[in-house]
Design a protein around this ligand. Structure first.
Ligand code: NAD
Length: 485
């Protein structure tokens, strides 16, 4: 079996701990690799390597940094297919989806290539007689990223391209369930000419994360994952004096008004609920059908679900792959049973999907007549389970969405421009789609939810990313300066 390593100071490093995890191919259920779990001492070595590299890297000219970013961008593009195949093998999503993930990550690299422009400060001449004032943005030092399993390339790329371009050095702790793409990324950075130690990878679990959160030489932590861990990361990191952005879980609603184009709404709901087997933080998991919309919408959704072909994501013509692990499959299947027990109507039961071998497959599931007190409504299931809740009015639908502790993404389907405007103002959610089911911001905007979907005040990438990874300074310069010849 393949034995993975950490990547510290530009070399593979097996670390000092004897703890390790097993990586599976979710489509076959077979173990494919062993991943070492870092001890605190391994994290310390990675942070020391990053700190050592920071001084030289932060002083490297902006043009030179941008040149390395452009080279890295080109290498990711050339290796996109290899990255996508690694994603499919360890995560399970279908190849086209994995290619899309690499592309979305690449867009943040392209945004970061503009770092000379993004870091420009302001200048005010003669704020007082003979005195000028100007602002600078400077890197923080060593920053860390802790990332989830569901986008093993894109989510780390929300973070490190901007952090590194801004002059920081970076320690990535990727998910232990699909750790391989991060090692290929580290090699590509090295080929692009990034000095050793600026980008490091440590694998592991809570031991590694907690050491990063309390290490005195780590200045900031970016986290993406479930709400419980996001809260822990935020509280522990900020208590240790660090800057922390911690993006948490989600339970995204799609509100469908009776005047909506229901064919479009059904297509969108099916794609957004079952793409990547529902393992997306922007997946739609609740359809809120207003008025008489439900009676017309549910059959349209059901009809489209019949066409979803479940199987190994490497195979052509497969629309939906397996869940990431056996434990996760069991957890999601338990929720389906709980929904039935609670009295919701199971319109489509994915538990009877045809299974080949020991892959972690569950077919798409659809519940109707779901009520807010049911666990399938309240909890983030993170699987291919779509719940329909019936609301009598627009106001009742908005009240339902606003009462949810999660507030990552939301969508409204309508043909009424007035309702659309009202909705974008009234809804208490960080990312809003109008007739768009997955409103993921482009790299030059910032991504993040509200409430329990984000702890901290900085969203990721875009200008909020640049600000998160830099500190502002204002300088004033008076007269009588002697300039060197
Ligand atoms: P997770 O919270 O289990 O793990 C995320 C990271 O935290 C991993 O690197 C993991 O090793 C580490 N970790 C796990 N338990 C820990 C602990 N007790 N202490 C410290 N670190 C710990 O999340 P996951 O299952 O990998 O990913 C799915 C979750 O991520 C879902 O809840 C999903 O909504 C969320 N997510 C959110 C966004 C967003 O933008 N808000 C994006 C992607 C995924």
């Amino acid at each position: 079996m393949l034995c993975l390593d950490h990547w510290i100071a530009g070399v593979r490093d097996h670390g000092s701990s004897d703890r390790a995890g097993t990586v599976y191919n979710p489509a076959t259920g077979e173990a494919s690799a062993e991943v070492p779990f870092a001890a605190a001492a391994d994290v310390d070595r990675a942070v020391a390597a990053a700190l050592n590299a920071f001084e030289g890297w932060s002083r490297t000219g902006l043009n030179k940094r941008a040149t390395i970013l452009f080279a890295f961008r080109e290498l990711v593009r050339q290796n996109a297919d290899d990255l996508a195949r690694l994603i499919v093998r360890e995560h399970g999503k279908v190849l086209a989806d994995a290619r899309g993930e690499v592309q979305r990550g690449l867009e943040v690299v392209e945004f970061a290539c503009g770092i000379p422009q993004l870091l420009k400060g302001e200048f005010s001449e003669n704020v007082s007689t003979g005195v000028d004032s100007y602002s600078l943005r400077q890197p923080l030092g060593v920053v860390a990223g802790v990332t989830p399993f569901n986008f093993p390339v894109m989510v780390p790329m929300w973070m490190f391209p901007i952090a590194v371009a801004s002059g920081n050095s970076f320690v990535l702790k990727p998910s232990e369930r699909d750790p391989s793409p991060s090692l290929l990324i580290a090699e590509l950075w090295q080929k692009a000419g990034l000095p050793n130690g600026v980008f490091n990878v440590v694998h592991g679990d809570r031991v590694a994360v907690d050491r990063l959160l309390t290490h005195p030489d780590v200045a900031a932590v970016s986290f993406v994952g479930s709400t419980a861990v996001a809260r822990h990361v935020y509280e522990t990191g900020t208590r240790a004096g660090k800057r922390v952005q911690a993006l948490g879980g989600a339970k995204n609603h799609m509100v469908v008004l009776p005047d909506a184009d229901l064919e479009l709404a059904a297509d969108s709901a099916v794609n957004a609920a079952f793409g990547s087997a529902g393992q997306r933080c922007m997946a739609i998991s609740v359809l809120v059908a207003v008025g008489d919309a439900a009676d017309r919408l549910v059959p349209l959704v059901r009809e489209r679900m019949r066409a979803i072909h479940v199987g190994d994501g490497m195979r052509p013509n497969v629309d939906m792959g397996p869940l990431v692990t056996k434990q996760h499959l069991e957890r999601v299947t338990r929720y389906v049973a709980e929904g039935v027990d609670a009295g919701a109507t199971l319109v489509a039961d994915g538990r009877d999907v045809e299974r080949n071998g020991d892959g972690f497959f569950l077919g798409p599931c659809l519940f109707d007549h779901v009520r807010p007190e049911m666990s399938i409504y309240r909890d983030e299931i993170f699987g291919p389970v779509l719940s329909v809740v019936r609301a009598s009015t627009y106001d009742e639908a908005v009240e339902l969405v606003n009462a949810s502790p999660y507030a990552n993404g939301v969508a409204l389907f309508t043909s009424d421009g007035g309702a659309a405007r009202r909705f974008q103002t009234e809804i208490q959610v960080g990312m809003v789609g109008i007739n768009v089911p997955i409103p993921v911001p482009m790299a030059y905007y910032s991504f993040g939810g509200w409430k329990d979907s984000l702890f901290g005040d900085a969203h990721v990438h875009g200008m909020e990313g640049v600000k998160f990874y830099t500190r502002a300074k204002v300088a004033s310069r008076g007269k009588n300066l002697g300039f060197p010849a």
